[in-house]
Design a protein around this ligand. Structure first.
Ligand SMILES: [Zn+2]
Length: 100
């Protein structure tokens, strides 16, 4: 049987980019749980020479980029223009720079 974290890695492999919400829907798990899982997945795949690349969330109104966020959660409101139309962050698997 596959664990939820293994499923997340599989989904990351299968999609070019995927949002927290999509991961949550596809694994039928709460977004909050997925966010926590991603932190441990990150450590797991490190030994395989992989990392999770994050494309930051973006405000659709003023194009403000939510960079440098430590938390995995999705922002809900733009600090610049207070719009709530936020294009969520997207995740994908990438190889770490050091190759064998
Ligand atoms: Zn904005």
């Amino acid at each position: 049987m596959r664990t939820r974290r293994e499923s997340i890695i599989k989904l990351l492999r299968e999609h070019d980019d995927i949002t927290l919400q999509e991961l949550a829907d596809l694994t039928q798990t709460a977004v909050k749980t997925i966010a926590r899982d991603l932190d441990s997945v990150r450590k797991t795949i490190k030994s395989e020479g992989l990392r999770i690349e994050v494309r930051p969330a973006k405000c659709m109104a003023c194009e403000y980029l939510f960079t440098g966020r430590n938390r995995v959660s999705d922002p809900t409101k733009c600090p610049e223009c207070h719009s709530e139309r936020i294009d969520p962050q997207r995740f994908r698997l990438a190889e770490t720079k050091q190759r064998e």
